[in-house]
Design a protein around this ligand. Structure first.
Ligand SMILES: [Zn+2]
Length: 294
């Protein structure tokens, strides 16, 4: 069932588990997420990055919304990292329920102005907003310690930002990176703990691909209730084409679609178990009366 992102995350926050937000590019990705979520009887999120939206356009959003509506478990649909007001507007007009209004590349005052404007817009359409304070980079390579810390989320800044912008969720930077981690990931859990004390809305950790189970658990205990997963899903999809497909000379189109769906589904199922959202679908029926829908 199509469910608002806010509701998905608020219930997760109250029950100390996290929702997986999986970046999807095509029907196979969407099916992989929903099949896994139904098999695990837990909630999940379909996340559309502006780059895949640039290819799929509003039909891709419509596909996500239709798939979420017909799912047997709660599923939300979100626009990932978007710094373009027009793109956010069209995604909201196409019916998307939440957006990551990403002004984190700009100085904090500009980030705040952009995010506040997008939040007012989204809320007027009954949709939600995730903000990013601090800057999640693609890699930490070549950065000195001071540079890394400068990009991390400052707890006091986060508190003021959330209060002023009235956002619904906050993406934090505590040493997490997009893409592959170079060496052992290092997360600043003291910082996460301070952010949790300063901010009471759901916290989000991007770059969950490749984080060890212990770090995932610790993050959840310290208030993270949404993890973004992209890299490992793309890897599973590409591995099929690079490794399996060349030897499957008789494989037809549907065989390949099924094989790539299954490969990504296995990744999603593993993450749902890791995030503790397996078996949590029933919590949403119980909370239907008490949780606001935006
Ligand atoms: Zn991200």
């Amino acid at each position: 069932m199509l469910t608002s992102t806010s509701k998905l995350l608020q219930v997760a926050q109250r029950n100390t588990y996290a929702v997986g937000a999986f970046n999807i590019y095509n029907l196979e990705g969407i099916k992989a997420v929903i099949n896994a979520a139904e098999a695990e009887n837990g909630p999940a999120m379909l996340q559309v990055h502006p780059s895949s939206l640039g290819y799929g356009g509003s039909p891709l959003i419509a596909l996500c919304l239709a798939a979420a509506s017909s799912a047997a478990v709660p599923v939300a649909v979100q626009l990932d990292h978007c710094s373009d007001a027009d793109e956010i507007r069209s995604a909201l007009d196409a019916g998307i329920q939440s957006v990551l209004a990403d002004g984190s590349h700009s100085p904090i005052a500009e980030n705040l102005a952009f995010t506040t404007e997008m939040t007012t817009l989204a809320h007027s359409q009954n949709a939600g907003v995730e903000a990013e304070v601090g800057r999640i980079s693609g890699t930490e390579d070549g950065l000195a310690v001071a540079e890394k810390e400068a990009k991390m989320t400052d707890p006091d800044q986060a508190r003021d930002f959330v209060k002023q912008a009235q956002v619904d969720a906050l993406a934090v930077t505590i040493g997490n990176v997009h893409g592959k981690y170079q060496g052992e990931p290092k997360l600043d859990f003291d910082r996460l703990s301070s952010i949790r004390k300063a901010v009471d809305i759901p916290l989000v950790l991007h770059g969950a691909s490749g984080l060890p189970a212990q770090m995932i658990q610790q993050s959840i205990q310290l208030g993270v209730c949404k993890f973004n997963v992209n890299t490992e899903l793309r890897q599973a999809y590409l591995d099929f084409w690079r490794t399996d497909f060349p030897s499957r000379t008789k494989a037809d189109v549907l065989d390949c679609m099924e094989a790539t769906t299954e490969a990504m589904q296995a990744v999603v199922a593993e993450k749902l178990r890791l995030f503790g959202s397996t078996g949590k679908a029933s919590l949403y029926e119980a909370s239907a009366e008490t949780v606001p829908t935006t």
